[in-house]
Write a protein that binds this ligand. Structure first.
Ligand code: HPA
Length: 235
Protein backbone atom coordinates (compact mmCIF):
# COMPACT_ATOMS: atom_id res chain seq x y z
CA UNK A 1 0.00 0.00 0.00
CA UNK A 2 1.40 3.39 -1.00
CA UNK A 3 1.98 5.64 1.95
CA UNK A 4 0.11 8.93 1.87
CA UNK A 5 1.62 12.30 1.00
CA UNK A 6 1.17 15.54 2.98
CA UNK A 7 -1.84 16.37 0.80
CA UNK A 8 -3.32 13.03 -0.29
CA UNK A 9 -4.09 10.33 2.30
CA UNK A 10 -6.00 7.45 0.69
CA UNK A 11 -5.43 5.08 3.64
CA UNK A 12 -5.63 2.03 1.43
CA UNK A 13 -8.37 3.28 -0.87
CA UNK A 14 -7.45 2.87 -4.53
CA UNK A 15 -6.67 5.74 -6.90
CA UNK A 16 -7.33 4.90 -10.58
CA UNK A 17 -4.71 5.25 -13.35
CA UNK A 18 -6.78 8.10 -14.79
CA UNK A 19 -7.86 11.06 -12.67
CA UNK A 20 -10.25 13.82 -13.73
CA UNK A 21 -9.47 17.13 -12.04
CA UNK A 22 -11.95 19.97 -11.74
CA UNK A 23 -10.71 22.99 -9.77
CA UNK A 24 -13.45 22.87 -7.16
CA UNK A 25 -13.47 19.88 -4.77
CA UNK A 26 -17.27 20.08 -4.52
CA UNK A 27 -17.34 19.77 -8.30
CA UNK A 28 -15.32 16.56 -7.86
CA UNK A 29 -18.00 15.30 -5.47
CA UNK A 30 -20.72 16.29 -7.96
CA UNK A 31 -18.96 14.36 -10.75
CA UNK A 32 -18.52 11.30 -8.53
CA UNK A 33 -22.17 11.43 -7.42
CA UNK A 34 -23.59 11.96 -10.91
CA UNK A 35 -21.29 10.14 -13.32
CA UNK A 36 -19.52 7.33 -11.45
CA UNK A 37 -20.73 4.06 -9.94
CA UNK A 38 -19.43 2.19 -6.89
CA UNK A 39 -17.82 5.35 -5.54
CA UNK A 40 -15.39 5.43 -2.62
CA UNK A 41 -13.74 8.56 -1.23
CA UNK A 42 -9.92 8.49 -1.20
CA UNK A 43 -9.04 11.95 0.06
CA UNK A 44 -10.35 14.61 2.38
CA UNK A 45 -7.14 16.36 3.47
CA UNK A 46 -7.80 20.15 3.33
CA UNK A 47 -11.26 19.29 1.97
CA UNK A 48 -9.62 18.55 -1.39
CA UNK A 49 -12.02 15.69 -1.98
CA UNK A 50 -11.02 12.75 -4.16
CA UNK A 51 -13.14 9.78 -5.24
CA UNK A 52 -12.65 6.55 -7.15
CA UNK A 53 -15.44 4.79 -9.01
CA UNK A 54 -16.28 3.30 -12.38
CA UNK A 55 -17.63 4.76 -15.62
CA UNK A 56 -19.01 2.18 -18.10
CA UNK A 57 -17.02 -0.40 -16.16
CA UNK A 58 -13.72 1.56 -16.37
CA UNK A 59 -12.06 2.60 -13.11
CA UNK A 60 -11.76 6.39 -12.90
CA UNK A 61 -10.87 8.79 -10.10
CA UNK A 62 -11.88 12.41 -9.72
CA UNK A 63 -10.27 14.96 -7.41
CA UNK A 64 -10.23 18.74 -6.98
CA UNK A 65 -7.06 20.56 -8.02
CA UNK A 66 -7.66 23.89 -6.29
CA UNK A 67 -7.00 27.16 -8.10
CA UNK A 68 -3.72 28.12 -9.72
CA UNK A 69 -0.53 26.40 -10.81
CA UNK A 70 0.96 26.00 -7.29
CA UNK A 71 -2.14 24.08 -6.19
CA UNK A 72 -2.54 21.79 -9.21
CA UNK A 73 1.26 21.51 -9.18
CA UNK A 74 1.19 19.86 -5.77
CA UNK A 75 -1.73 17.52 -6.39
CA UNK A 76 -0.73 16.41 -9.88
CA UNK A 77 2.89 15.89 -8.78
CA UNK A 78 1.79 13.59 -5.98
CA UNK A 79 -0.73 11.72 -8.15
CA UNK A 80 1.84 11.06 -10.89
CA UNK A 81 4.89 10.40 -8.76
CA UNK A 82 3.60 8.81 -5.56
CA UNK A 83 0.34 7.17 -6.63
CA UNK A 84 1.47 6.04 -10.09
CA UNK A 85 -1.34 7.81 -11.93
CA UNK A 86 -0.81 7.73 -15.73
CA UNK A 87 -3.27 10.32 -16.97
CA UNK A 88 -4.81 13.49 -15.56
CA UNK A 89 -7.60 15.22 -17.43
CA UNK A 90 -8.32 18.72 -16.20
CA UNK A 91 -11.99 19.64 -16.61
CA UNK A 92 -12.49 23.33 -16.01
CA UNK A 93 -13.84 26.63 -17.15
CA UNK A 94 -12.03 29.44 -18.92
CA UNK A 95 -12.58 32.98 -20.12
CA UNK A 96 -12.65 33.32 -23.93
CA UNK A 97 -10.07 35.61 -25.54
CA UNK A 98 -10.96 35.40 -29.27
CA UNK A 99 -13.99 36.76 -31.13
CA UNK A 100 -14.83 33.41 -32.72
CA UNK A 101 -14.90 31.62 -29.35
CA UNK A 102 -18.33 31.85 -27.73
CA UNK A 103 -19.88 31.14 -24.36
CA UNK A 104 -20.56 27.39 -23.89
CA UNK A 105 -18.02 26.38 -26.56
CA UNK A 106 -15.51 23.70 -25.64
CA UNK A 107 -11.77 24.44 -25.70
CA UNK A 108 -9.20 21.65 -25.82
CA UNK A 109 -5.81 22.93 -24.69
CA UNK A 110 -3.25 21.75 -27.22
CA UNK A 111 -0.74 24.04 -25.54
CA UNK A 112 -0.68 26.01 -22.31
CA UNK A 113 1.26 29.27 -22.42
CA UNK A 114 1.91 30.91 -19.09
CA UNK A 115 3.28 33.87 -17.16
CA UNK A 116 4.13 31.50 -14.31
CA UNK A 117 7.70 30.80 -13.20
CA UNK A 118 6.87 27.12 -12.49
CA UNK A 119 8.97 26.00 -15.47
CA UNK A 120 12.09 27.68 -14.03
CA UNK A 121 12.67 24.72 -11.69
CA UNK A 122 13.82 22.59 -14.65
CA UNK A 123 16.63 25.00 -15.65
CA UNK A 124 15.83 24.67 -19.35
CA UNK A 125 18.14 26.82 -21.47
CA UNK A 126 15.27 28.45 -23.40
CA UNK A 127 11.45 28.72 -23.44
CA UNK A 128 9.65 25.39 -23.15
CA UNK A 129 6.19 24.99 -24.73
CA UNK A 130 3.96 22.92 -22.40
CA UNK A 131 1.78 20.61 -24.52
CA UNK A 132 -1.14 18.30 -23.86
CA UNK A 133 -0.98 14.63 -24.83
CA UNK A 134 -1.57 14.25 -28.57
CA UNK A 135 -3.45 10.92 -28.45
CA UNK A 136 -5.81 12.19 -25.74
CA UNK A 137 -6.32 15.38 -27.77
CA UNK A 138 -7.25 13.49 -30.94
CA UNK A 139 -9.66 11.28 -29.00
CA UNK A 140 -11.18 14.30 -27.24
CA UNK A 141 -11.75 16.12 -30.53
CA UNK A 142 -13.40 13.02 -32.02
CA UNK A 143 -15.65 12.58 -28.96
CA UNK A 144 -16.56 16.30 -29.08
CA UNK A 145 -17.44 16.10 -32.78
CA UNK A 146 -19.62 13.04 -32.16
CA UNK A 147 -21.49 15.00 -29.50
CA UNK A 148 -21.95 17.91 -31.90
CA UNK A 149 -20.07 20.27 -29.58
CA UNK A 150 -18.50 23.46 -30.92
CA UNK A 151 -14.85 22.85 -30.17
CA UNK A 152 -11.66 24.89 -30.49
CA UNK A 153 -8.25 23.22 -30.21
CA UNK A 154 -5.24 25.43 -29.55
CA UNK A 155 -3.30 27.48 -27.06
CA UNK A 156 -4.70 28.59 -23.70
CA UNK A 157 -3.08 30.91 -21.18
CA UNK A 158 -2.51 29.53 -17.70
CA UNK A 159 -2.30 32.82 -15.85
CA UNK A 160 -0.92 33.38 -12.37
CA UNK A 161 -3.19 36.41 -12.05
CA UNK A 162 -6.98 36.55 -12.21
CA UNK A 163 -6.76 40.30 -11.57
CA UNK A 164 -3.85 41.76 -13.56
CA UNK A 165 -2.63 45.33 -12.99
CA UNK A 166 -1.46 45.77 -16.59
CA UNK A 167 -4.40 46.95 -18.78
CA UNK A 168 -2.65 45.66 -21.94
CA UNK A 169 -2.27 42.11 -20.53
CA UNK A 170 -5.28 40.55 -22.29
CA UNK A 171 -4.62 42.40 -25.57
CA UNK A 172 -1.11 41.05 -25.82
CA UNK A 173 -2.20 37.45 -25.28
CA UNK A 174 -5.16 37.95 -27.63
CA UNK A 175 -2.68 39.09 -30.29
CA UNK A 176 -0.82 35.78 -29.86
CA UNK A 177 -3.96 33.75 -30.60
CA UNK A 178 -4.68 32.53 -27.09
CA UNK A 179 -8.18 30.96 -27.14
CA UNK A 180 -8.96 31.40 -23.46
CA UNK A 181 -7.52 32.12 -20.03
CA UNK A 182 -7.50 29.70 -17.11
CA UNK A 183 -5.02 29.19 -14.30
CA UNK A 184 -3.72 25.61 -14.09
CA UNK A 185 -2.94 23.68 -17.30
CA UNK A 186 0.68 24.77 -17.81
CA UNK A 187 1.63 23.42 -14.37
CA UNK A 188 -0.21 20.19 -15.08
CA UNK A 189 1.43 19.77 -18.50
CA UNK A 190 4.88 20.45 -17.08
CA UNK A 191 4.44 17.90 -14.30
CA UNK A 192 3.10 15.34 -16.78
CA UNK A 193 5.99 15.89 -19.19
CA UNK A 194 8.63 15.73 -16.48
CA UNK A 195 7.13 12.52 -15.05
CA UNK A 196 6.72 10.93 -18.51
CA UNK A 197 2.92 10.85 -18.05
CA UNK A 198 -0.14 12.14 -19.89
CA UNK A 199 -2.35 15.17 -19.39
CA UNK A 200 -5.03 17.14 -21.20
CA UNK A 201 -7.11 20.21 -20.31
CA UNK A 202 -10.70 20.47 -21.54
CA UNK A 203 -12.72 23.62 -20.83
CA UNK A 204 -16.13 25.13 -21.10
CA UNK A 205 -16.21 28.85 -21.80
CA UNK A 206 -17.75 30.46 -18.72
CA UNK A 207 -17.16 34.10 -19.63
CA UNK A 208 -15.97 36.25 -22.52
CA UNK A 209 -13.10 38.53 -21.66
CA UNK A 210 -13.33 40.70 -24.83
CA UNK A 211 -17.12 41.03 -24.78
CA UNK A 212 -17.71 41.17 -21.02
CA UNK A 213 -20.26 38.32 -21.16
CA UNK A 214 -20.82 35.73 -18.45
CA UNK A 215 -22.92 32.59 -18.17
CA UNK A 216 -25.41 31.74 -15.47
CA UNK A 217 -24.96 28.58 -13.41
CA UNK A 218 -27.99 27.00 -15.09
CA UNK A 219 -26.75 27.77 -18.60
CA UNK A 220 -23.32 26.38 -17.75
CA UNK A 221 -24.79 22.96 -16.99
CA UNK A 222 -25.29 21.88 -20.62
CA UNK A 223 -21.75 22.65 -21.73
CA UNK A 224 -20.47 21.14 -18.48
CA UNK A 225 -22.30 17.92 -19.41
CA UNK A 226 -20.67 17.92 -22.86
CA UNK A 227 -17.22 18.49 -21.36
CA UNK A 228 -17.76 15.65 -18.87
CA UNK A 229 -18.93 13.26 -21.59
CA UNK A 230 -15.79 14.04 -23.61
CA UNK A 231 -13.50 13.62 -20.58
CA UNK A 232 -15.10 10.36 -19.45
CA UNK A 233 -15.07 8.98 -23.00
CA UNK A 234 -11.29 9.40 -23.23
CA UNK A 235 -10.54 8.50 -19.57
N1 HPA B 1 -9.44 34.21 -16.13
C1 HPA B 1 -8.78 33.25 -15.51
N2 HPA B 1 -9.33 32.08 -15.20
C2 HPA B 1 -10.61 31.88 -15.54
C3 HPA B 1 -11.36 32.85 -16.19
C4 HPA B 1 -10.74 34.08 -16.50
O1 HPA B 1 -11.35 34.97 -17.08
N3 HPA B 1 -12.61 32.34 -16.37
C5 HPA B 1 -12.61 31.11 -15.86
N4 HPA B 1 -11.41 30.81 -15.35
Amino acid sequence: MTKGTPHIQPNGTKIAKTVLMPGDPLRAKYIADNYLEDVVQFNEVRNMFGYTGTYKGKEVSVMGSGMGIPSIGIYSYELYNTFDVDTIIRVGSCGALQEDVNLYDIIIAQGASTNSSYVDQYNIPGHFAPLGDFDLMVKAKKAADELGATTHVGNVLSSDTFYNADPTFNDQWHRMGILGIEMESAGLYLNATYAGKKALGIFTVSDHILRDEATTAEERQNSFTQMMEIALEIA
